[in-house]
Write a protein that binds this ligand. Sequence first.
Ligand code: DGL
Length: 246
Amino acid sequence: MRAGVFDSGVGGLSVLKSLINAKLFEEIIYYGDTARVPYGVKDKQTIIKFSLQALDFFAPHQIDILIVACNTVSAYALDTMRSHAKIPIIGVIEPGVLALKNQIADTDSETLIIATKATIASGEYETRLRDIGFWNLKSLATGLFVPIVEEGIFEGKVLESAFEYYFHNIKTPPKAVILGCTHFPLISKALDEYFKHQSLLIHSGEAIVEYLEKNLHLKSQHPLKSLKFYSSDNTSELVKVANKWL
Ligand code: DGL
C-alpha cells in the first residue's frame, strides 16, 4: 500500500515517524508545503486552497490513502479534500480524540488542548471532545512552540520561558494534554517534565496509528520499501531535518 503524508512543513515528520515504526505501509510519499508554512496563522479559505493544491501534488503519485499529519489542515480542510478525492483521507483530530477516550475513562478529567491559533479557533477538538462527554476543557493557542521546535530547540531556557508564558495560569497539571500540532511531540519530554509527569500526553502520530489499525484494519506487517520526500520549497532542507528527527 502506498500512503501519502501531507503537512504544512516539516512538523509532520513526527507523524511520519510513528507510521514508519508501525510498518503499516510499503511505500510512503511525504509532502511538506515548506514554502508556505505556517498554516496555523492563516484563514480558513487559504488553508483549504493550499490543501486542495496538495491533493493536486499527490495526484500523479497514485497513492492509496492520504494521511493529513497537519492539525490545522485536519481542522479546516478534510471535508473539502474528501469531496475532491477518491481515496481515503485521514486527519489527526478524530484519532487524537479517540485516543484520549480510550485512555481516560473519567469524562470529568481536565483536558488541555494546545495547538496553533487556527486549530484552536476552529474549535474542532473541543467540539468533538464535548460530543463524547468531556466538558472540563481548556484550549490554548501556543504558536510560539512551532518556531522554537523548527529551530531545533527541544529543551532549555527558551522553551521553559515559552512554557511560563503560556501556562502561568495553570496551577495544577491537567489530567491530559492534547498535543494538537505536529511540532509538539518533539517537545513532549519537556512538557512531561513541566507537568510533573502527571499529565497524559496525546500524540497525533501514535493516535493515528491506533486509528488506522482499529478502524481501517491496517496491519503492522509491511517493511518500508520506499520513502520519498517532496516539498514546495527546498527539499534538501526537509531531508536534512528528516535525517535528524526520524
Ligand atoms: N503542521 C501544523 C499543525 O499541526 C503546525 C505548523 C503550521 O502552523 O503550519 O497544525
